[in-house]
Design a protein around this ligand. Structure first.
Ligand SMILES: Cc1ncc(C[n+]2csc(CCOP(=O)(O)OP(=O)(O)O)c2C)c(N)n1
Length: 394
């Protein structure tokens, strides 16, 4: 789908909001107002924003630490994030978590991040398959770093998703550093997307700093997942321009590398594109920036004025007290999810004959043959020559 002028500007708005909200949170961190860890997505905003923008409202996301832009696009307000990081009573977790472990299963369809890297892949596979069994064409999308892609659960999860043709889109943000581990110590392969071949699914490489390209490839992957054709692995090549988190000055990253990637900044690149394609005027740009500025001032004031949680709530909501009921309305047969007692012969129909056990010809038994023990080729040759001479003499 071609983006309208309005949509082009929306992408810009979300990327700038992502960046400016992170700047605001960084200031709060330095004022010691942030309770948990704070992670930066500086230079990676195009990925969070464009991949989520390619989804529909009914689709599901599970963000990771560098996907603040994704939750904004999915409907969280900046004040939700500010209150979350400052552990206010009105935050999505009611002040119980000071980082980004929050979600909303009912309205926004955001699955709370899981800190164990890779674990969101099987979870999101289950979310997608679950939706399918309820007769709904919904897509589940999650992100993983190139470091996280070295976990066992990455491979197990993606393989399972591929086999079951789960409506999953997996975005691998290759930002060249996993904490202090550089990419060349992470994989011997040229591209992380090449791993997709091992699961029989498409592996797509995209310039992660090109918001329009990220949007385009994600849209294709989402359409494929919705059609029921299975998952796609998208490798978005980018760069982590800050340390792992606020506490990490990232001295191990060479300065020339930082400079190189500053020049490829996704927001500056997109601004250039919007100007060249005459999709905005300088006045239009200033209006967007002023809007973000005003919004963030209001959101910060509201969040700062909001109360901290009361001590007694610490013990509430720890265990589920009827907050969610599991009662599925199956639209397809539950038998489909149960492992078969024996493999039905119809399973083989229309498949590659090599896969069908029945079609594999039995291995022919070798005929009896004389095996010469201790064979000597030179002696044999000599014997054959002698026999020939004898025959000629006769
Ligand atoms: C299974 C597991 N192992 C180790 C960690 C500790 N850990 C947290 S983030 C991180 C580095 C992640 O790097 P990457 O996946 O490349 O993401 P990036 O931080 O670069 O965005 C590690 C090792 C973890 N959370 N989970």
């Amino acid at each position: 789908m071609e983006l309208t002028k309005q949509q082009h500007l929306e992408l810009y708005y979300w990327m700038q909001l992502n960046r400016k909200l992170e700047d605001l949170l960084t200031n709060l961190f330095r004022q010691n107002k942030i309770v948990g860890g704070l992670y930066s997505s500086l230079g990676q905003e195009a990925i969070s924003v464009a991949t989520t923008y390619a989804l529909e409202k009914r689709d599901w996301i599970a963000p990771m630490i560098r996907n603040l832009g994704a939750v904004l696009v999915k409907g969280y307000q900046p004040r939700d994030l500010i209150m979350q990081y400052t552990a206010k009573a009105g935050s999505p977790t009611g002040g119980k978590d000071g980082t980004a472990h929050f979600g909303d299963l009912k309205q926004k369809r955001v699955i709370s991040p899981i800190s164990m890297l890779g674990d969101l892949i099987p979870v999101m596979t289950g979310i997608g398959l679950g939706a399918r069994y309820l007769g709904r064409e919904e897509v589940a999308l999650t992100w993983i770093g190139e470091g996280g892609s070295s976990t066992g659960v990455f491979h197990e999860g993606l393989n399972f998703a591929a086999v079951r043709k789960a409506p999953l889109v997996l975005v691998l943000e290759n930002n060249l550093w996993a904490y202090s581990t550089p990419i060349y110590l992470q994989t011997a392969a040229k591209h992380f997307a090449d791993r997709a071949k091992g699961y029989g699914i498409p592996g797509v490489i995209v310039d992660g700093n090109d918001v329009l390209e990220v949007y385009r490839v994600t849209q294709e992957a989402v359409a494929r997942a919705r059609r029921g054709d299975g998952p796609t692995l998208i490798e978005a090549k980018t760069f982590r321009r800050k340390g792992h988190a606020q506490h990490d000055p990232a001295k191990y990253v060479p300065q020339w590398m930082l400079k190189e990637w500053e020049a490829k900044d996704p927001i500056l690149r997109y601004e250039k594109h919007l100007t060249e394609k005459k999709l905005w005027t300088e006045k239009g740009k200033q209006e967007i920036l002023a809007r973000i500025d005003t919004e963030l001032k209001q959101e910060l004031a509201a969040a700062e004025a909001s109360p901290l949680p009361q001590p007694e709530v610490a013990a509430q909501g720890v265990y589920c007290d009827g907050c969610h009921e599991i009662r599925a309305e199956w639209k397809r047969s539950p038998d489909e999810v149960k492992p078969p007692r024996n493999i039905p012969s119809k399973w083989f129909k229309g498949r590659d004959p090599a896969l069908a056990v029945a079609a594999i010809p039995p291995v022919a038994k070798p005929e009896k043959e004389t095996v010469m023990v201790g064979a000597n080729p030179r002696r044999e040759k000599k014997q054959r020559k002698q026999t020939k001479q004898e025959r000629q003499r006769k």
